[in-house]
Design a protein around this ligand. Structure first.
Ligand SMILES: [Zn+2]
Ligand SMILES: [Zn+2]
Length: 348
């Protein structure tokens, strides 16, 4: 099959590689649309060097969906020709975390697209239990956003966003926007997004987000105090990543007794919990990936939200590239050419 193989920092080789073989309980999927995630950019750029040995010579891409082309003989619930999305988290299934539904914390956790061959090749394989059937009206472009939407759902579940909550999100990438849409779905009375991206601000307003703040021009704290009777929002999310200062800014802006959710990673940067962290009694909460919430997986909740119009899907995709142009796609996803982007996708 044709695939983009990661051969070293900032380098893909698009070439023919041996076809994937499936084992018991697995299915083979012909990829249709694969999103480029912020974590793919970290992996590709070698900013998390401890991951490099795991992905060297492998095919990245964990925001993936497509058509089932082969199923193992022991698979009963998935059939050839089915349109599916793949939940990329590969859990052991029997440790205490998996048993509790917190499989994102499984010590044995692996991911399709991080070590396992992923979405930036013609085909991917996955355990049948990781495959979700797509309703007819959900396109592959919509489905390629499910991983992102599930991250947003997990974040609002973890921080307890509810009816009447006031929420600020730093970051206008796909994760920030998905968290904003999830907060609206949960019933938040005010959801504001703060970003320098004009494209993201326009998207947010068209998606029903109440307030889109231009961080290049406006004082975010001041704008939030104006709309919360001077208190500040109940919850602030850092969905920027790469810069720890948004956690500190969140602590400054959030109301007394509020919560700051950390979605964006910032390798090798310590977070200083200075300022009013203690006397405001702020909870700083990590939001990593997603798993099960109550009876359902958050991936399934995302699919339900997409199917019922609570989330946008393909509208997140700002640029599309064929597999052969993956190097350029990664440049665009990092805004290297000056273009504004929300989600950059590889379309087969
Ligand atoms: Zn991701
Ligand atoms: Zn486990």
């Amino acid at each position: 099959m044709r695939a983009a193989v990661f051969v070293g920092p900032r380098t893909f080789e698009v070439k023919d590689i041996p076809d994937l073989e499936i084992g018991p309980g697995e299915v083979l999927v012909k990829n249709q649309v694969s999103g480029i995630c912020g974590s793919d950019i970290h992996l590709y750029s070698d900013t998390i060097p401890e991951f490099t040995p795991r992905i060297l010579g492998k095919v990245l891409g964990h925001e993936l969906c497509g058509e089932v082309v082969t199923v193992a003989p022991d698979v009963a619930n998935v059939s050839v020709g089915q349109r599916v999305a793949i939940e990329p988290l590969l859990k052991c299934g029997h440790c205490s975390f998996c048993s509790a539904g917190d499989y994102h914390l499984c010590p044995e956790l692996q991911h399709v697209g991080i070590g396992w061959s992923g979405g930036f090749g013609e085909y991917a394989k996955a355990p049948a239990k990781n495959v979700y059937s797509l309703p007819a009206h959900i396109s592959y472009e919509d489905a390629s956003l499910l991983d992102v939407l599930a991250v947003g759902i997990h974040a609002i579940n973890k921080l307890g966003v509810h009816t009447g909550s006031t929420v600020l999100i730093f970051g206008g990438g796909a994760i920030g926007l998905a968290t904003a849409q999830a907060a609206k779905w949960a019933g938040a009375s005010l959801v504001a997004i703060a970003t320098r991206s004009k494209l993201a601000r326009e998207f947010a307003l068209s998606a029903g987000i109440d307030l889109a703040i231009d961080t290049t021009r406006d004082d975010v704290g001041e704008r939030l105090r104006e709309v919360t009777d001077g208190l500040g929002p109940d919850i602030v999310f850092d969905a920027v990543g790469g810069k720890q200062r948004y956690v500190q800014q969140g602590i400054d802006i959030v109301r007394r007794g509020g919560k700051v959710g950390v979605l964006g990673g910032f390798p090798a940067q310590p977070v200083e919990l200075g300022g009013d962290f203690l006397i405001k009694e702020v909870d700083v909460v990590a939001c990593f990936s997603y798993a099960r919430w109550g009876a359902l997986s958050e991936f399934q909740i995302a699919l339900d939200g997409l199917a019922t119009g609570k989330f946008h899907g393909r509208q997140y995709i700002s640029q599309r590239f064929p597999l052969d142009e993956i190097a350029h796609a990664f440049e665009v996803a990092q805004h290297k050419d000056g273009q504004d982007a929300i989600k950059v996708s590889i379309v087969f």
